[in-house]
Write a protein that binds this ligand. Structure first.
Ligand SMILES: [Zn+2]
Length: 413
């Protein structure tokens, strides 16, 4: 399926008008809808013939040379990036390790999305929506297609452990308690887990503990053991780090036995200790840091390299006082005022990039198409950036007027 309006518009932005005029190819869109050579080429209307130049323009527009287009170096479409992909089976011994070499993908019309299927040798098969925006997405699946034997084996072992709730089991296997329960029933595991019984008074399927207090005690002991084991396995770990490692364990012990937790938790040293917080006079420091901030911002704004936005944090780092500013904001009023004054808005930053790119093209004595200009400054034609459209077009027009005959016929890769 071809979205004709979008195709014509993208083509328009890709090639400068002047170039198409010179090649006598400017009638690509035609006078009426569904006419024009561009659409006919894309629809592969076999009965129509076109000048080879037009085919070359269409290929180049798609990012091919004639050579790559005709298959000397086929370009594979990889909407989920390159493998190997991680196995996401928490029951396996290779959880999150990149062990799956390939993935299959297909467009799913019901979900209106591209769906990738990833199958591991351990039997675990998961699906993920695509295309992939960033490799971070690889550790999350959209759904599980198949749990597999390794996962099911682990479930039957955990199912026999009376000190675990179904919720605990689900957590360990990466699913909800409902899913864990459902899979257990499908496997034919006993509905009555050790330590549970149906209440005699209730006909419902609700499971209640025989001895809730006993079970709670067991669970607490297990969590305490886990806390100590993790702490001893990492000598030098701070209390804060340990808490972040085992958030749910921390929470439940804190609720039942905070005194024990206090005794068994390693100390967390403070990361910043002011030498004498009440007496130190910050006035001189403030003046020095404020000057450094102004100089750093000036450096960032005038650097000849690809522009980087001068926002608060980057200026503070560039000035070499990031830690001081972060810890002592209240004591550094001059610095704070200087930062607020010199920090760059996004609008200003993009305008600066446009100026920067124009200067580079002038040095190179060439003019680009609008889309190549956008690429160079990394400002896509989205609604967000609508306000810069005029500036970009103006910049390209003025370059085109300055260097009308410089555009290479085939833009370099
Ligand atoms: Zn696996």
């Amino acid at each position: 399926m071809i979205r004709q309006g979008k195709l014509v518009k993208a083509f328009e932005e890709f090639y400068p008008r002047a170039l198409l005029n010179r090649l006598q190819c400017a009638d690509y869109a035609g006078d009426k809808p569904h006419s024009g050579w561009l659409l006919h080429i894309f629809r592969m209307d076999g009965w129509m013939l076109f000048h080879p130049l037009r085919h070359l323009l269409a290929m180049r527009f798609l990012g091919y040379t004639a050579e790559t287009f005709f298959g000397h170096t086929p370009i594979a479409y990889a909407p989920f990036g390159d493998g190997p992909y991680p196995c996401l089976n928490p029951a396996s011994d290779h959880y999150r390790e990149p062990v799956i070499d390939t993935c299959a993908f297909a467009y799913h019309y019901g979900q209106k999305a591209l769906i990738g299927t990833f199958a591991c040798d351990c039997g675990f098969v998961y699906r993920r929506r695509g295309p992939e925006q960033s490799p971070d997405e690889r550790l999350i699946y959209s759904s599980v297609a198949e749990f597999g034997s390794v996962w099911h084996e682990r479930l039957s072992i955990l199912w026999q452990d009376g000190s675990l709730t179904v919720e605990d089991i689900g957590k360990r296997l990466g699913v909800s308690n409902h899913a864990a329960y459902g899979q257990a029933i499908r496997l034919g595991l006993p509905r009555l887990r050790p330590g549970y019984a149906h209440p005699l008074s209730s006909p419902s399927q609700e499971l209640v503990p025989i001895d809730a207090a006993q079970r709670a005690k067991q669970a607490l002991a297990r969590r305490k053991a886990e806390w100590v084991r993790e702490r001893d396995a990492h000598p030098g770990i701070t209390g804060k780090e340990l808490r972040e490692k085992l958030p749910s364990v921390y929470k439940s012990i804190q609720k039942c036995d905070p005194a024990w937790l206090k005794d068994e938790t390693p100390p967390t040293p403070r990361t910043y200790v002011p030498s004498s917080p009440t007496t130190k006079d910050w006035t001189d420091t403030d003046r020095v840091v404020a000057d450094a901030v102004r100089e750093a911002a000036a450096r960032l704004l005038t650097a000849p390299d690809y522009p980087r936005q001068a926002f608060h944090k980057r200026i503070a780092i560039e000035a070499g006082y990031f830690a001081t500013i972060a810890a002592q904001t209240d004591n550094l009023p001059l610095t704070k005022a200087a930062l607020d004054k010199v920090a760059e808005t996004r609008e200003n930053y993009i305008k600066r990039k446009i100026t920067w790119a124009s200067a580079r093209y002038r040095e190179e004595q060439s003019y680009p198409s609008i889309s190549r200009f956008r690429q160079r400054i990394n400002v896509q034609a989205t609604d967000d950036n609508e306000q810069f459209r005029g500036d970009i077009e103006e910049a390209v027009r003025s370059l085109e007027a300055a260097f009308p005959y410089s555009e290479p016929l085939i833009p370099p890769h």
